[in-house]
Design a protein around this ligand. Structure first.
Ligand SMILES: C[S@@+](CC[C@H](N)C(=O)[O-])C[C@H]1O[C@@H](n2cnc3c(N)ncnc32)[C@H](O)[C@@H]1O
Length: 330
């Protein structure tokens, strides 16, 4: 095929010459980009608190503490490795076949279970709960981030402030508080905040400094910027779509770039990390990687991006749950 004639070959040659870049577009942060590390696949393995026992046929069989639970799993395109008899031992199955709230959407093949049950994560007690959205109050894949964050807090050997945006039932906040951080936890749902407070008591961490705030994540971050408040570590785990307590609309593709910028602005003078996770979206980790790396131009450190996966016990297959990008100062 004949190439198109270049209308201005000299100019083209100059701007494309090695080492010469066109001027940066207005609005893009100046400064060298952080180092990068990708793909980084962070795995959660089965343990006594939680295990992905088996998966396949569009479902997953998990063990949460004492209970076996079956839930839909769109990514499980393969066949289950275990016999149906193992799946039939489930204590609870999410059916979602009624419009009812809460436990009405669950079936209990044996003895009916209570709405909540005692759970543990790495020695932190909390409450599992059967909710109408098939969630049970914890996203086990996040454990990889929690361990990393706790390591940063402990290694800092100074007071560390953590902001947990879209914090849900508070597991990340409890892990941070146990590691010695002062935590600000933001979620738009009053129910989630009440559950998170309950978890703080159940965990025996009632004396730890955690502010539980029911607020829109974007509004809160922008207010902190106006007030000049800052944090050493920021976690954000936004849904694809959500609403703030006053009906504020959260659309990840529309609002995430602005929120990442605001988060960078409210990092302290000696920041440690920003950890962004995203799930249920049509995007690759390259997308969030480029977003975070550009936003952290001039900050040094490294941006690490990839997927959070859970390793299955039965046949060792990896179940991908979410993509992430995190900036770490060193
Ligand atoms: C999947 S959860 C995050 C999980 C959490 N990081 C964890 O590991 O346990 C998403 C949370 O975002 C909250 N949310 C949705 N829209 C919000 C908004 N505009 N502002 C603040 N929180 C919001 C929801 O109430 C929900 O608790």
């Amino acid at each position: 095929m004949k190439p198109l004639r270049d209308r201005n070959p000299r100019q083209r040659q100059r701007s494309d010459a090695p080492g010469r870049q066109p001027a940066a577009a207005a609005g893009r942060r100046a400064g060298p980009l952080p180092e990068e590390r990708l793909p980084l696949i962070l795995e959660v393995l089965p343990d006594e608190d939680y295990a992905l026992l088996d998966s396949g046929g569009g479902r997953k069989l998990e063990r949460y503490g004492p209970y076996r639970i079956v839930r839909p799993e769109g990514q499980a395109l393969w066949q289950p490795a275990w016999e149906a008899a193992e799946w039939d031992k489930a204590d609870a199955v999410f059916t979602g076949d009624t419009d009812e709230e809460g436990m009405g959407r669950w079936r209990f093949p044996g003895t009916p279970l209570g709405e909540t049950w005692p759970m543990r994560h790495d020695g932190i007690a909390y409450l599992g709960r059967f909710t109408s959205f098939r969630h049970v109050g914890v996203f086990p894949e996040q454990a990889s981030h929690w361990a990393h964050m706790a390591g940063l807090i402990e290694a800092a050997r100074r007071p560390v402030k953590v902001l947990n945006l879209f914090g849900y039932t508070g597991l990340a906040s409890l892990v941070a508080a146990r590691a010695g951080a002062q935590v600000t936890h933001i979620d738009a749902s009053k129910k989630a905040i009440a559950w998170a407070r309950e978890n703080q008591e159940v965990a025996g961490l009632g004396d730890r400094p955690i502010r539980w705030i029911c607020e829109d994540a974007v509004k809160f971050a922008e207010r902190e910027k106006r007030r000049g408040n800052s944090y050493d570590i920021i976690l954000l785990d936004p849904p694809a779509y959500g609403r703030g307590p006053k009906g504020e609309v959260w659309q990840l593709f529309e609002h995430l770039p602005g929120l990442v910028e605001t988060c960078r602005d409210i990092l302290s003078p000696r920041p440690l990390a920003l950890v962004l996770t995203a799930y249920s979206i049509r995007a690759s980790f390259f997308a969030v990687h480029a977003l975070v790396r550009d936003a952290f131009a001039g900050m040094g450190g490294r941006v690490e991006s990839g997927e959070l996966v859970i390793r299955e016990q039965s046949a060792g297959r990896a179940l991908s749950t979410s993509l992430f990008s995190r900036w770490v100062a060193r």
